[in-house]
Write a protein that binds this ligand. Structure first.
Ligand SMILES: O=C(O)CCC(=O)C(=O)O
Length: 261
């Protein structure tokens, strides 16, 4: 508990991010990485992988393996996120980011929804927490992310010169997770190794924020059938089921199901 409080403090009023080692086992990290590379190859053949200058994104990750369902609702990580955002949160996006040899930096940025809003950005309520899962070792040379400490306090777009002066490269072992405040300026670095670098990116927001990604993209209904109530809520399926299609906006009671013949 104390640890959770300290980590929350570091994300909100400290540097703006934390790195927690050994959240996944090395085997789990390896499994997630090989599933990402396997599905990326399949999806690329169908023209469904988003790409830009030697970087690729694989979306609909939640439907591509039970390991991903487990990762997005990891209790230790969710406890930290819920302390920051409250319990009424959704998973606005969950995708994999693959950085190949000679990929350029993605460009320093704040996270969604801030980048879709006019600056200066509000400091409260906090509108996003990002998770970057390391499914392999992130090293000095393979595209590890860069974070500019304390910049979540500024509420502005990154200043490129300042970013380059203060940013720190976040290296770590496979199985670690970086949890960051959506306003903390960050970027990726160059991958100068021959091995693709894979991260898993979770975007958590209060439920009133329009999701970054379409959570029905590549829907696999088995994943929903076996989903925990927590996962259904994160994916907004608890609001979309046929039995409970509406909210009463005045008292938030759910309407009863329609009578069917
Ligand atoms: O893949 C990474 O290391 C970070 C990517 C990122 O920050 C983002 O997409 O917002």
């Amino acid at each position: 508990m104390i640890e959770t409080d300290n980590l929350v403090r570091e994300i909100t009023t400290g540097k703006g991010y934390v790195v927690i080692p050994d959240v996944l086992t090395r085997e789990e990290a390896k499994e997630a990485r090989s599933l990402v590379l396997h599905h990326t190859k399949l999806e690329r053949e169908k023209g469904k992988v988003f790409h830009h200058e030697n970087k690729e994104r694989l979306c609909g990750l939640i439907y591509k393996g039970t390991i991903f369902e487990k990762i997005v609702q990891h209790p230790q990580v969710l406890a930290i996120i819920e302390k920051i955002l409250g319990t009424d949160i959704i998973l606005g996006g969950f995708s994999a980011h693959i950085i190949y040899q000679n990929a350029t930096r993605m460009g320093n940025h704040v996270d969604y929804p801030y980048w879709a809003m006019p600056a200066p950005f509000p400091s409260q309520p906090i509108l996003e927490v990002q998770t970057i899962w390391l499914v392999e070792d992130f090293t000095e040379n393979n595209g590890a992310p860069l974070f500019a400490p304390d910049t979540q306090k500024l509420g502005t777009w990154p200043d490129v010169e300042k970013f380059d002066k203060i940013a720190q490269k976040i290296t770590g072992k496979a199985g670690s997770v970086i949890i960051s405040h959506g306003l903390c300026w960050h970027d990726t670095s160059e991958n100068v190794t021959p091995t693709p670098r894979v991260s898993l990116l979770g975007n958590y927001t209060p439920s009133f924020i329009h999701p970054l990604e379409e959570n029905l993209y590549d829907l696999n209904t088995d994943a929903i059938d076996r989903a925990t109530p927590q996962l259904k809520k994160l994916l907004r399926h608890s609001l979309k089921t046929q039995e409970k299609p509406f909210f009463d906006i005045h008292n938030k009671h759910l309407y009863q199901s329609p009578v069917t013949s």
